[in-house]
Design a protein around this ligand. Structure first.
Ligand code: MN
Ligand code: MN
Length: 467
């Protein structure tokens, strides 16, 4: 053996996945990234993602768990929580109490939510007040074409869906920003203060109408249009859930089209690949579960977030329907023996900002799916920090199944950090590791991921379910 060969056998080196993939894998990668872009366009909110997940699941033979009293190996079921959170399972051949393989991704993304009383008029323009959701850089949201998505109750008490800004001929909406000529004061502010939260107001109209004894006639005109179209009044906004998201569709990025650029890829890239993964499962040894959760971006709280009791309730129901009963001991055993892939994105190293990473431990776009032992911030606070046994086991499964993977961490020590659902899943007492796609410009209106990483994330979840 030459020194070079010996060195190569002793050292750990990562390689770009595009260089390691076979032609057959590349073909599957191109196909998957096309259908993934369609998924992104159809699912710009958590509700839309659940609807799309249900459609795909039904097509693959999954049924609503409520329709079945008993479950047997090979059965495929789903359970929806408040239209924003979905649990899917394929029953395994082995005793369910030996544990479940769970992959969990989130389907909420940073955005602007409408306030409860959003509509107002100023300078003959009608605008909508927003409250941002999740960790956004506020300066990225003005001057971007925006769409309106959500649900609202009409005066008859019927829930109406609103989607404006997605069709070719739809109007879009926008938040204005100051022209450079008059931005003398703004430009010397800190970036966190340059655009203030209360200035993220969305332009929705500008045509006054003739109206007797009405002062705000642009607002009046907008209300009349909304009433004609959706049967709603201003009061309807109080109970509405309306999200303002970038209007643009998902695109291929680069001359070689090696990337996908789109809004909401954190974490719909992992949601989509997790979904594709479980749809491929046929009577596994270990029961396979996929869960798509809401509210990760604001701390995994709320009844549709990862901290909700919903997943435990769904698992209880699975055990009950498989075994005829589920004692607390059965549930505890099942959970303690279970393993979870927290399918969430990581920060891809960015050539424009090399100083925020530590090169040996950062992940790179195109180098495959990233396995992260820990996330967190300030000395690993707020993370689960997977144990050695589990990291080894998952790495081995990846290697044995030809998955191209890399490690990752969220920036160099003390640069910042962040969390995922992993810590909440770990609190239930199961093994969990973060596993997902590296993203450039995370949380921006146009996030970018490498297609090889999308494909390898899918392969990782498939490999995990097989074991
Ligand atoms: Mn995420
Ligand atoms: Mn995020």
């Amino acid at each position: 053996m030459t020194d070079k060969e010996l060195y190569e056998s002793l050292s750990y080196e990562r390689k770009n996945a595009y260089l390691k993939m076979t032609e057959a894998e590349k073909k599957e990668m191109w196909e998957m990234s096309d259908s993934y872009r369609t998924f992104l366009d159809k699912g710009k909110t958590e509700r839309e993602c659940v609807r799309e997940a249900v459609r795909m699941a039904q097509e693959a033979g999954f049924v609503d768990i409520d329709l079945l009293d008993n479950l047997k190996p090979g059965d495929k079921v789903y359970k929806i929580n408040r239209n924003k959170n979905i649990f899917m399972a394929v029953i395994g051949s082995e005793d369910i109490r030996k544990g479940i393989n769970i992959a969990g991704a989130h389907i909420d993304s940073p955005r602007l939510d409408l306030k409860q009383n959003p509509l107002y008029e100023s300078m003959d323009m009608a605008l909508l007040k927003t409250h941002y959701y999740g960790g956004i850089k506020k300066y990225q949201w003005p001057t971007v074409p925006l769409a309106i998505h959500g649900v609202i109750y009409d005066t008859e008490g019927k829930q109406r869906e609103i989607v404006i800004g997605e069709e070719e001929n739809d109007p879009v909406f926008v938040i204005s920003d100051l022209l450079p000529h008059l931005a003398k004061d703004q430009m010397v502010k800190k970036m966190t203060e340059g655009i203030e939260g209360e200035n993220l107001n969305v332009l929705i109209g500008g045509m006054p109408i003739e109206a007797e004894d009405v002062k705000e006639t642009v607002k009046f005109s907008v209300l009349k249009m909304l009433n004609a179209r959706y049967g709603i009044t201003e009061e309807s906004f109080i109970s509405a859930e309306i999200e303002i998201v970038p209007a643009q569709k998902a695109k291929n990025v680069g001359l070689d089209e090696s990337f996908v650029g789109a809004y909401g890829q954190d974490d719909r890239v992992c949601a989509y690949t997790t979904l594709r993964g479980i749809l491929d499962v046929e009577t596994p040894k270990t029961t396979a579960v996929a869960i798509l959760v809401d509210k990760e971006e604001i701390g995994s709280c709320g009844n549709t977030g990862a901290q909700s009791a919903f997943m435990m309730m769904a698992i209880t129901e699975l055990i009950e329907k498989v075994n005829g009963k589920c004692s607390l001991t059965d549930l505890n055993k099942t959970i303690s023996n279970s393993a979870c892939m927290s399918s969430d994105v990581s920060a891809a190293s960015d050539p424009n900002y090399p100083n925020v990473i530590e090169a040996n431990n950062a992940c790179y776009a195109g180098y495959g799916v990233a396995l992260m032992k820990y996330t967190g911030a300030r000395g690993k606070s707020e993370t689960s920090d997977a144990n050695s046994e589990f990291v080894y086991k998952i790495g081995k499964i990846m290697n044995e199944n030809g998955v191209i993977w890399q490690t990752g961490e969220l920036g160099k020590v003390d640069q910042g950090g962040g969390g995922t659902i992993a810590q909440y899943v770990a609190n239930l007492n199961m093994d969990v590791i973060d596993c997902g796609v590296p993203v450039l410009s995370m949380h921006s209106p146009f996030e970018v991921v490498a297609k090889s990483d999308i494909y390898m994330a899918y392969r990782a979840y498939v490999a995990f379910y097989k074991n």
